[in-house]
Write a protein that binds this ligand. Structure first.
Ligand code: NAI
Ligand code: MG
Length: 489
């Protein structure tokens, strides 16, 4: 079978690498390559960055009237919606996620772009009380070229997150999306062109960590927006030092999902299955630590186990499949290794997911949910981001202990609480150190609401009107139209 050919997008054109190098994208459900992708090196990154600056300086987008920008951004959103089925199929082949979930991601991404299309008209400045004869005001100005780097768990959603905010305030972008899932990124850039976003505004360079590092360290990219592991986030901060770049980071998590005895336990059960295992646990906000009140622990955990066993792991193209394969052989090995680590540390395996063979998909990276109980909060499986369907269950005696265990990691991305007690809900919301606290609604996100990781989970805000600040720099102007006369020297 011939492979789908995927190229960079530079200057509005599909472009091969200067070196001619390519790499293959693997379909995780089959373990077979299905696309051949241009591999970018620093020369390709340079070209994309120069293309971004040419477009920025020409003003075709950066100085386009805001209402026209908004209209073109709405067109992007409409085209994404019209092609949702096609894009979902590509997304499923690249990620292995079930087709229904992929379609949900594509439609969600269309709404994100639609939300951001409202922003160009609302990039407001401030006026300040001024001395007589002075007028003082501030403006938010685009950086110029923003570099976007993202992982493979939500490729289309993330390419939209990395683009919509920067574009809405007038920047160009250079995107280096994940090497495991490059295909829909090029499709997205083509949709932007078709919608009338001028050539050079949205550039794509495919490649791996080296390509990403070249973009992150590029002296002519003053802003980087990165989503991915905390470790790479640290290296991006380091490589930003010479140019004193502004970096926006959304990093790892080890989010607690806390069940109090007063919770609506049916809802807590369904929501806990969802936050533990949805997308095979490959989400930064996965509730990978289940904390259950001692009073209800035994019964809750037993029911959870029975329900988890019924989750359908299978061919992502089948409509009844709930979990597809993990993203790659490397990830499968990482996850299996964590299961080993958990056992060696003395946690109890309530249910062990094994590499699963799906008929007709012998080479796929399938893995069933795995549940550890009797996990000590200091064990590696309770501290490190596994990024797979491996759950660590702990119990707590009272609210103070729940808070202590919940806050006891280096991360602070998200936390979920299940309770019907109003006082407890607000108290937990106060005391949990996480950028998002969900009470009775894990993974719930609205595009007009900002988010920011605490501690090692991130730096800076995304989404909502706050993203205007994230993707612009401040300028203040003092205008002397009849104030002081200069009489120095
Ligand atoms: P990663 O953080 O290495 O990769 C994310 C993106 O960064 C990819 O586009 C990659 O090519 C790029 N990249 C890698 N090294 C870079 C560098 N030095 N400079 C600039 N860009 C670079 O994540 P990876 O390797 O896919 O997954 C490894 C582990 O990281 C996962 O098992 C998981 O624990 C964690 N992870 C967490 C995510 C989250 O959202 N919390 C997302 C992806 C991974
Ligand atoms: Mg792939």
């Amino acid at each position: 079978m011939s492979l789908k050919q995927v190229l960079h997008i530079i200057d509005g054109k599909e472009t091969a690498s200067v070196s001619g190098r390519t790499f293959e994208s693997i379909n995780p459900a089959t373990g077979q390559p299905w696309a051949s992708v241009a591999y970018g090196e620093s020369e390709d990154v340079n070209r994309a960055v120069e293309s971004g600056w040419r477009a920025f300086e020409s003003g075709t987008w950066s100085r386009m009237p805001a209402t026209d920008q908004a209209q073109r951004m709405r067109t992007v959103s409409r085209l994404i919606r019209e092609r949702a089925d096609y894009l979902a199929e590509l997304e499923t082949k690249d990620t292995g996620k079930p087709l229904t979930a992929a379609k949900g991601d594509i439609l969600g991404a269309a709404s994100v772009f639609e939300y951001f299309s409202q922003i160009p008209d609302h990039v407001l400045g401030t006026t300040y009380p001024s001395d007589p004869g002075y007028f003082t005001y501030s403006r938010r100005e685009p950086y110029g070229v923003v570099g976007g780097i993202a992982p493979w768990n939500f490729p289309f959603m993330l390419v939209v997150w990395k683009t919509a905010g920067p574009l809405a305030v007038g920047n160009s972008v250079v995107l280096k999306m994940a090497e495991q899932t490059p295909v829909t990124t090029t499709e997205f850039a083509k949709i932007c062109l078709e919608a009338g976003i001028p050539p050079g505004v949205v550039n794509v360079v495919h490649g791996d960590g080296e390509t990403g590092a070249a973009l992150a360290a590029h002296p002519r990219v003053p802003k980087i927006t990165f989503t991915g592991s905390t470790e790479v986030g640290r290296s991006i901060i380091r490589s930003s030092a010479d140019a004193i770049k502004s970096v926006h980071l959304e990093l790892g998590g080890k989010s607690p999902n806390i069940i109090f005895a007063d919770a609506n336990l049916d809802q807590a059960m369904a929501g806990s299955l969802f936050t533990s295992f949805f997308n095979s646990g490959q989400i930064c906000t996965t509730g990978s630590r289940l904390l259950v009140a001692e009073a209800i622990a035994e019964e809750f955990i037993e029911k959870f186990h029975q329900r988890a066993k019924k989750i359908v792991v299978g061919d992502p193209m089948q409509s009844n499949t709930q979990l597809g394969p993990l993203i790659s052989q490397v990830q499968l090995q990482r996850v299996q290794n964590y299961v080993k680590v958990g056992k060696e540390a003395g946690a109890r395996v309530l249910w062990e997911g094994t590499p699963t063979k799906i008929p007709g998909h012998d080479q796929g990276y399938f893995f069933q949910p795995t549940i550890f109980t009797q996990v000590h909060p200091d064990m590696r499986i309770a501290q490190e981001e596994i990024f797979g369907p491996v759950l660590s269950v702990m119990t707590f005696k009272d609210d103070e202990e729940a808070i202590r265990i919940a806050n006891n990691t280096i991360y602070g991305l998200a936390a979920t609480v299940w309770t019907t007690n109003l006082s407890r809900a607000f108290t937990m919301a106060d005391r949990l150190d996480a950028g998002i606290v969900w009470t009775n609604c894990p993974h719930y996100l609205k595009w007009n609401v900002p988010l920011e990781g605490h501690r090692t989970s991130g730096l800076g805000e995304d989404l909502g009107l706050e993203s205007i600040k994230t993707f612009t720099k401040l300028k203040v102007n003092y205008i002397n139209y009849g104030g002081h006369q200069m009489n120095w020297g």
